[in-house]
Design a protein around this ligand. Structure first.
Ligand code: FDP
Length: 343
């Protein structure tokens, strides 16, 4: 008598959870879901894979690029941040999920070409954050956020769709291109991290339900700006790095790429900040495609994100490339910084 082996449902998948499977599972839990969000997210995932692959070859392409204007495949050597921008735009624009986009690399709103349908979402992104790190093989990242459109369905989106506060974000996240590539995102209830397996070509769930520690022991700031800060920020930094009977001095870590510094802050705790200074009177980081999406993720992980006075997610944007000061991280550490900043 032959025995039939079951290949039916298993309690735990032996292959792990791919980003796509995770999105589909969540889509099925929402009765009103149309698949639009999942479709858009898959395109973002594809763009992340393409950018990640190019980032991992950047050093090689750069070296070969110096010998001429083309690489071994005969391709033009492009600036990586322009390449990243073009990759996101071209993977998303024809998908029919988005009505307008905003990018750090492009001065004006990015319209959807006339031949494509205009979708119900609005995408904003910083295609390659921390670009100063490209030449030295240090971590860089992509940041993105998704809003619902405000203008009527089916029509081209406008600047009004882009100028929305962070509390209305539908989903936000980032991709870090580091020792491994990771995509971390949230739709507000939890934060999940996926690590890219280059052998398979997929992001797999590796860090489910990330929670930021209540307090850390790291502060992350460009301390070279010390003499340009307000005295209250100087006092906070003096305090945090000075040992006291009840606490050790905090460690300083500053990669200089917001994604990388905040990724560490999310996993290890502590605080990342870029306050205003005499050179950057309104702060340096951009509200719509840097601060707001990261604030959304940090808050969803149980952290705090402030501009020194207001919750970042409550700032009503007035301009596409608006800047803001940033204090983000473990709630107890951000509260300490704000106590000093508002003294
Ligand atoms: P970059 O200019 O290299 O793209 O907003 C951009 C950003 O990097 C952030 O990623 C980073 O946190 C910050 O600027 C670094 O600024 P400083 O070099 O002034 O410290």
């Amino acid at each position: 008598m032959s025995r039939t082996l079951s290949i039916g449902p298993v309690k735990e998948s032996p292959i792990g959870t791919t980003l796509e499977r995770h999105l589909l599972d969540r889509q099925r839990c929402m009765a009103e879901a149309t698949g639009d969000f999942t479709g858009l997210f898959q395109q973002i995932g594809l763009a992340a894979k393409i950018i990640g692959s190019r980032v991992s070859k950047a050093g090689l392409l750069g070296i070969l690029g110096r010998t001429g204007t083309t690489n071994v495949q005969g391709e033009q050597v492009q600036k990586l941040d322009e390449f990243a921008n073009r990759t996101i735009v071209s993977t998303v624009e024809g998908g029919g999920h988005v009505c307008i986009m905003g990018s750090e690399e492009v001065e004006d709103p990015i319209a959807i070409p006339p031949q494509y349908p205009k979708g119900k979402y609005v995408l904003q992104f910083d295609p390659l954050d921390g670009s100063g790190n490209i030449d030295i093989n240090a971590s860089i990242g992509t940041i993105f956020s998704i809003h619902h459109r405000l203008t009527p369905d089916g029509e081209p989106g406008t600047l009004r769709d882009l100028l929305q506060p962070g509390y209305d974000i539908v989903a936000a996240g980032y991709v870090i291109y580091g020792s491994s590539n990771m995509l971390v995102y949230s739709t507000g209830e939890q934060v999940d991290g996926f690590t890219y397996d280059p052998g398979v070509g997929e992001f797999f769930l590796s860090h489910p339900k990330i929670r930021i520690p209540e307090r850390g022991d790291i502060y992350s700031i460009n301390e070279g700006n010390y003499h340009n800060w307000d005295e209250r920020i100087q006092k906070w930094v003096d305090w945090i790095k000075t040992p006291a009977p009840e606490r050790k001095a905090y460690k300083l870590r500053y990669i200089g790429a917001m994604v990388a510094d905040l990724h560490r802050t999310l996993l290890r705790g502590g605080i990342f900040c870029y306050p205003q200074d005499v050179k950057n009177k309104r702060g340096k980081l951009r509200l719509l495609y840097e601060a707001s999406p990261m604030a959304f993720v940090v808050e969803a992980a149980g952290g705090m994100a402030s501009d020194g006075t207001n919750r970042i997610l409550e700032i009503q944007p007035k301009e596409l490339h608006q800047r803001t000061p940033v204090f983000m991280g473990s709630p107890a550490d951000v509260a300490d910084a704000l106590r000093f900043a508002n003294a």
